[in-house]
Design a protein around this ligand. Structure first.
Ligand code: A2H
Length: 266
């Protein structure tokens, strides 16, 4: 981090039922929640998507892309997309102001909770947008796709919701959107010594209590990330049996070629 631009993959999660409140603004276009990920090969393990549910900065927009699709993301990331030729940039009005990405509608993150989505490569036909309080609006799109098998932050945030009735109530999360029997953690990568759900193992080994357990989660994330990348072996998909290191760019290319993802830098 911090050295030069980071290459992300923007994964497009299609909104299956567009809320009445924005239907007029987006028209007949396809609408996607878009998540920036460094791990495209883990998309087989998606169980849900996360958005920032609280705070004055938890603002998302429905931005118009050159493809005529609509991406839901932070303004900051939409502006980056415009400079990367993905999003449409409006002419500055008045002429001395800075250009803006074309925004059709804005919403608070809490309004995104419960959206039903189709996540590419996921084993579940539909997944839901759920709250994650630790999301930063200054990184990626402000939308995080959730892979609890391999991302300790994702497992912690999902488990908080599954275990805590009060938290579900507070954010208006219905039980069926995060039901642990419906959305089981999916084993997608085997890491020698860590098994096939490395994030779950480290969560328990390190006695992590919640998504707020910042220090332990950072350690766990670092460990799973390194071990997974260099020693992990794919268990599923077109590249089952290959090393993660090798599968990463192959899956990335497949997602981009099928129109389910877009390259993105920041
Ligand atoms: B990764 P880096 Cl399986 N706020 O994707 C918080 N986290 C964010 C974010 C935001 N605004 N935007 C992206 N992220 C997450 C998958 C994954 C990721 C796995 C394992 C590790 C991992 C599934 N979630 O990241 O700070 C996204 O989660 C570990 C590095 O730019 C994104 O990739 O290095 C990662 O953080 C980008 O983190």
């Amino acid at each position: 981090e911090g050295v030069g631009p980071q290459e992300y993959t923007l994964v497009k999660m299609k909104v299956l039922e567009i809320p009445a409140g924005w239907k007029g603004a987006v028209g007949e276009r396809s609408v996607f929640l878009v998540a920036a990920t460094l791990r495209p090969e883990t998309m087989y393990g998606q169980t849900n998507c996360f958005v920032k549910p609280e705070g004055d900065d938890a603002i998302y927009g429905a931005y118009l892309m050159k493809s005529d699709e609509v991406f839901i993301c932070s303004r900051r990331s939409a502006l980056n997309m415009a400079y990367q030729d993905i999003a449409i940039l409006d002419d500055p009005i008045p002429p001395d102001t800075l250009p803006e990405p074309r925004c059709l509608h804005t919403m608070h993150g809490k309004e995104l909770i419960g959206l039903k989505l189709r996540a590419p490569l996921a084993v579940y036909d539909e997944v839901y947008a759920l709250p994650m309080t630790t999301i930063s609006m200054d990184k990626g799109t402000g939308v995080v796709t959730s892979v609890p098998s391999d991302a300790p932050d994702d497992y912690a945030a999902l488990k908080d919701l599954q275990d805590k009735h009060n938290m579900r109530n507070h954010f208006g999360v219905k039980d069926e959107w995060c039901d642990p029997l419906r959305f089981k953690v999916v084993p997608i990568i085997d890491i020698p010594g860590y098994g096939d759900q490395a994030a779950v193992k480290l969560y328990h080994d390190k006695k992590i209590q919640s998504q707020k357990d910042k220090v332990k989660l950072a350690e766990a994330k670092e460990e799973v990330y390194k071990k997974g990348f260099y020693e992990g072996v794919m268990l599923v998909g077109n590249h089952a049996g290959k090393k993660v290191e090798e599968a990463k760019n192959l899956v990335r290319k497949e997602l981009i070629d099928s129109g389910d993802a877009v390259p993105y830098f920041e």
